[in-house]
Design a protein around this ligand. Structure first.
Ligand code: ZN
Length: 463
C-alpha cells in the first residue's frame, strides 16, 4: 500500500463527501454497470490534503478521473482490507492538482464500469449484482465511489456518520423500474430505455438504488410508498398497513421521529439483508411476504428514532440496541405478549452463543463493543439492557426518559455517557448502579449467560 498521510486525529482522512451526482446505465441483461459519478468533497480537517482515497467494488474499473473538469492523476489497484482480508476493493487514489485547503471543497468525477461482485463469503447478505431479476447498487459493496479508507474498522464508524445530498439519473431498459427512497423528479424516455431522476429528501449516509419489475403502492395522505416485486404485490397493502400502525405506535411512545420526510419501503430479494436510512428502508422479501417476520419492518422503521452517535468508535447500542428493543415493543403490541417473550428468550440464547464463541464479551462493557469489533452483540445485549431498564423504571418513566434523550440529542451526537445522564435525570440516581454495571461494566453478558432469572435481576436493581 502506498503511503497516505492522514489528517484526522483518529487516523482518518478529513475529506468527506457532501454531494453526489450519480448517473448510470444499469444494463440488466448484460450484468454490467456503466457509471459516471461526480462527488463534491469537503476538507473538514485542519490540514491541507493532497490526495483522497476512493473505494470501488472489485469488479468495477475507473477509466477516467477529473477534478473540476480537468483530468487528474490517479492510481487504482485491488487491495485487501488489513483487518478483514476477505474484503477486496478497487482502491483508487486521486492526487489533487493543488492541495485541498481546510474548509475548501472540490468536485471530482469518476467514470467507471464493470460487474458488481457481492461479498457473500464475508457478509452473507451482500449478494449485490446487476441482473435481470434484481439489481442493487449500494454502499455495502462499493458500487459507487465510497470516500474512505480500505479498513473495516474505520469504515464502520466513518460511513454511518457521513451526510450527503444526492441526485440520481439511472437508465434502465423499458419495463424495469428504479426504486429509491428519495424524491422522484421525473422520467426521460429514449428508444427502449427509461431514465429515472431522483434526489435525496434529506442528507443521507447511503444511496440505495434497486432495479427490478417493481409495482408501487402510494399513500398520499401520509407520504408513504411501498415498492413491491411484481409477484409480491399482493403483500403491499399489508405492508402499508403495518407501516402506518407501527409509525403511530412509536410516535405515541417516543414522540415525533428525529427527522421526517415521508417514508419508502423497497423490497429486496430474500437473504439480501435490510437497511435503513432517514427516509426509507430496504426490506428483505422474507419480511415482506411472511406476516410472522414483520419484525424486520418494525426494526428498520425504529431507526427513525435514532440519534447520531458521538462515541469514538460506535458501540451500536444507540442505533441497533434501540431499534432492536423498539422492534420487540412493537411485536408485543401487535403480535402479542407470547411473541415478545419468545423473542426475548431467543435474544438471550443468541447472547450466550455469541459469548461462547467470543468470550471477550464476558469481559468488556457494551461501551467497548466498537473497539473490539463485536457490535453484532449490541442488537441483543442492547435490547436486554433497555428491557431491564424498562422493567425497573416502568412504562411512564421509560417513555419519558427515552423521549427526552431523543429530543435532546436529535441534532448533536450523543455518547453512552449522555444516555446515562438523561436516564438518571429523569429516573433518578436509583438507576445509576444498573447502568454502570450493564452498560459500562460487563454484567449484562455475564448475568445473561449465567441465566440469572429475571426476577433476581430486577430485585437486584429495584430500589
Ligand atoms: Zn438495524
Amino acid at each position: 500500500m502506498s503511503t497516505v498521510i492522514y489528517g484526522g486525529e483518529d487516523g482518518l482522512s478529513c475529506i468527506k463527501p457532501v454531494e453526489y451526482y450519480f448517473t448510470a446505465n444499469v444494463l440488466v441483461n448484460e450484468g454490467v454497470l456503466q457509471a459516471k459519478c461526480r462527488v463534491k468533497l469537503s476538507n473538514l480537517g485542519a490540514e491541507p490534503e493532497n490526495t483522497v482515497q476512493i473505494l470501488l467494488n472489485r469488479g468495477l474499473k475507473a477509466s477516467s478521473v477529473e477534478q473540476s473538469g480537468r483530468r487528474v492523476i490517479f492510481t487504482q489497484r485491488l487491495c485487501k482490507f488489513p483487518d478483514l482480508k476477505e474484503i477486496e476493493v478497487n482502491l483508487i487514489e486521486i492526487h489533487f492538482e493543488r492541495p485541498l485547503k481546510p474548509g475548501d471543497t472540490t468536485w471530482i468525477t469518476l467514470a467507471y464500469e464493470g460487474e458488481v461482485e457481492g461479498y457473500e463469503e464475508v457478509f452473507t447478505y451482500a449478494r449485490d449484482k446487476i441482473d435481470e431479476n434484481f439489481s442493487l447498487i449500494r454502499t455495502d459493496v462499493f458500487s459507487y465511489p465510497v470516500v474512505g479508507a480500505p479498513e473495516f474498522k474505520k469504515l464502520v464508524s466513518l460511513l454511518p456518520s457521513q451526510r450527503f445530498n444526492y441526485r440520481l439519473e439511472i437508465t434502465v431498459p423499458e419495463g424495469f423500474k428504479v426504486a429509491n427512497i428519495g424524491r422522484l423528479l421525473g422520467y426521460r424516455r429514449k428508444k427502449d430505455m427509461v431514465t429515472y431522476i431522483y434526489v435525496s429528501k434529506l442528507p443521507s449516509w447511503r444511496m440505495d438504488i434497486a432495479v427490478a419489475r417493481f409495482k408501487l403502492l402510494f399513500d398520499k395522505e401520509e407520504d408513504l410508498r411501498v415498492f413491491a416485486l411484481e409477484e409480491d404485490y399482493v403483500h403491499a397493502e399489508r405492508i402499508m398497513h403495518e407501516l402506518k400502525r407501527c409509525l403511530a405506535f412509536y410516535r405515541e411512545w417516543f414522540g415525533e421521529p428525529v427527522f421526517w420526510a415521508g417514508y419508502t419501503v423497497v423490497e429486496i430479494p430474500e437473504g439480501w439483508g435490510g437497511q435503513a436510512d432517514v427516509c426509507g428502508m430496504l426490506l428483505d422479501s422474507r419480511c415482506f411476504r411472511d406476516e410472522n417476520e414483520v419484525g424486520g419492518l418494525y426494526h428498520e422503521l425504529a431507526h427513525l428514532w435514532n440519534v447520531p452517535s458521538g462515541e469514538k468508535i460506535p458501540s451500536r447500542f444507540l442505533d441497533e440496541g434501540f431499534a432492536s428493543y423498539f422492534q420487540l415493543l412493537a411485536e408485543r403490541k401487535f403480535l402479542g405478549e407470547e411473541k415478545f417473550r419468545e423473542k426475548m428468550k431467543f435474544s438471550r440464547r443468541r447472547i450466550i452463543q455469541m459469548a461462547e464463541k467470543n468470550p471477550i464479551l464476558l469481559e468488556i462493557p457494551v461501551a467497548s463493543y466498537g473497539e473490539y469489533m463485536v457490535t453484532d452483540a449490541s442488537y441483543f445485549v442492547g435490547a436486554w439492557i433497555l428491557y431491564i431498564l424498562h422493567r425497573i423504571v416502568g412504562d411512564e418513566y421509560f417513555k419519558k426518559a427515552i423521549k427526552r434523550f431523543l429530543k435532546h440529542y436529535s441534532r448533536k451526537p450523543a455518547t453512552l455517557g449522555d444516555f446515562k445522564e438523561t436516564i438518571v435525570e429523569v429516573c433518578g440516581t436509583r438507576i445509576e448502579k444498573f447502568l454502570d454495571e450493564w452498560l459500562f461494566g460487563n454484567k449484562a453478558v455475564t448475568y445473561l449467560k449465567k441465566r440469572v432469572p429475571l426476577e433476581h435481576l430486577l430485585s437486584a436493581y429495584k430500589p
